[in-house]
Ligand binder design. Structure first.
Ligand code: ATP
Ligand code: MG
Length: 412
């Protein structure tokens, strides 16, 4: 078998190439032109950001429809190249915009090299196997079917394993690319969606509850970079809800990196609303003041939308009339990705993205303070405006935003 010249200049010994790497399949690549360039640039930035703290140097290569993430030569951060590639692959399962993550071996663009890599990967496996080969470069000297047969025959000879194309225990994937061949058996589903940043920036109103973290996850997945605003009941409550918000943002940070959390002590403002005679409207009036503060904060952060965890009818503040009264409080759009979700659906998503355990920790939520005996389910906007006029709610919102404390819950 002749060894073909390899066009990549990065590899001094292409014939001996056997490099652990990570291959990413992209999601919505129907995008064209400038959108596609932006998609790729943001995705590459986000990939680098997601592994930054590992101390492993990486190279990111864009290919036709796939991204190759390589461990930079001699920069495996003290780990072996295999371990480094495993650690990178694990991080990339949380990067938005990636549909599938494959832990691959990169070998020279030569049929024999592909066969050797496949034999290496199947070592120690039991049960039936299948080989699936495809070529992104049709100039390769053997067809996909021929390559699959060559590899299959060699594995059978080497290990005596049976072939089962319908339900194999092990599948060997072989992908012939422009400069090399990728061989792998392992793959994981990615998050899908769009790279964070592709759709701009939003500010998430984040309680310590179950819903708002899930709402944030869904919007990050549609390409929004999220910052977070939490209202604690301090000084009327302890700081427990702040610890929860901090923990939740840390979990969500795995999906975007460089998250910012702002905390507002809301207790005194809540008391002022109560003494302005909010009565049955206390909850809705509080939520409007939160949104107004969020809008002031969003302006400072150049965020162009607010995100909440509202779900229609879930609690009394979330009737259609009350939601309409909330929309009236601000000019910015309020995104509510969970509006049509059932609580059971929200809970299972919270479990999947690993925020549920933190949300379930006990705390005293600021909304449980000063709760009226009866909550208005049909708040009238004029009544709310009248209450707000008594305490200059817009100025108060500006003051609260200015006094917000910033926390940066990085990866730990
Ligand atoms: P969650 O589980 O997100 O707390 P919830 O079902 O408890 O939601 P509400 O308490 O009515 O519903 O809150 C609705 C939305 O208002 C929340 O999803 C969140 O976006 C926002 N919100 C409520 N309380 C706070 C808070 N203390 N700080 C920031 N945002 C809040
Ligand atoms: Mg809540």
């Amino acid at each position: 078998m002749s060894v073909l010249p390899v066009t990549s200049q990065a590899d001094p010994h292409p014939a001996a190439l056997h490099e652990p790497c990570v291959l990413l399949k992209l999601g919505e690549i129907v995008l064209k032109g400038r959108n596609r360039q932006q998609f790729e640039r943001l995705l590459h930035d986000n990939i680098r950001r997601s592994v930054r703290d590992l101390g492993i140097g990486i190279r990111v290569w864009q290919r036709e429809g796939v991204v190759v993430v390589r461990v930079a030569g001699g920069e495996a951060g003290g780990f072996g190249a295999e371990t480094a590639a495993d650690m990178i692959a694990e991080r990339l399962t949380r990067v938005m915009g990636v549909a599938r993550i494959c832990r691959a071996i990169r070998v020279a663009k030569d049929p024999q090299a592909a066969v050797e890599a496949a034999v290496h990967l199947v070592a120690g496996r039991t049960g039936a196997f299948a080989v699936r080969a495809r070529r992104r470069d049709k100039r390769f000297p053997v067809t996909s079917a021929e390559l699959a047969v060559m590899i299959g025959a060699r594995i059978q000879r080497e290990y005596g394993l049976p072939v089962n194309l319908k339900s194999p225990d092990t599948t060997v994937f072989v992908e012939v690319d422009q400069h090399e061949v990728f061989v792998f058996t392992q793959g994981w589903a990615g998050q899908g969606g769009l790279p964070v940043g592709m759709s701009g920036r939003a500010l998430v109103l984040m309680s310590g509850g179950i819903d708002s973290p899930v709402a944030s996850y869904r919007m990050m997945r549609r390409g929004l970079r999220c910052s977070y605003l939490h209202f604690s009941g301090m000084p009327l409550t302890g700081p427990e809800s702040v610890y929860k918000a901090y923990g939740l943002v840390r979990q969500l940070d795995r999906f975007q990196g460089d998250s910012r959390l702002f905390v507002v002590a809301f207790g005194n403002a809540q008391r002022r609303l109560a003494s302005s005679g909010a009565g049955r409207l206390q909850i809705v009036a509080q939520r409007r003041l939160m949104l107004k503060t969020g809008e002031a904060m969003a302006r400072r952060l150049r965020a162009t939308a607010l995100v909440t965890g509202d779900s229609l009818g879930q609690v009394s503040s979330q009737t259609l009339t009350n939601i309409t009264a909330l929309d009236d409080a601000v000019d910015l759009p309020i995104l509510r990705p969970l509006i049509g979700w059932d609580k059971t659906e929200i809970i299972s998503e919270a479990r999947r993205i690993e925020t549920l355990a933190i949300s379930e920790l006990p705390d005293q939520d600021c909304c449980s303070l000063l709760t009226p005996r009866q909550v208005e389910t049909r708040a009238r906007i004029e009544d709310l405006r009248r209450i707000e006029a008594r305490l200059d709610a817009d100025d108060l919102a500006e003051e609260l935003a200015a006094a917000a404390q910033e926390h940066v819950p990085g990866r730990g």
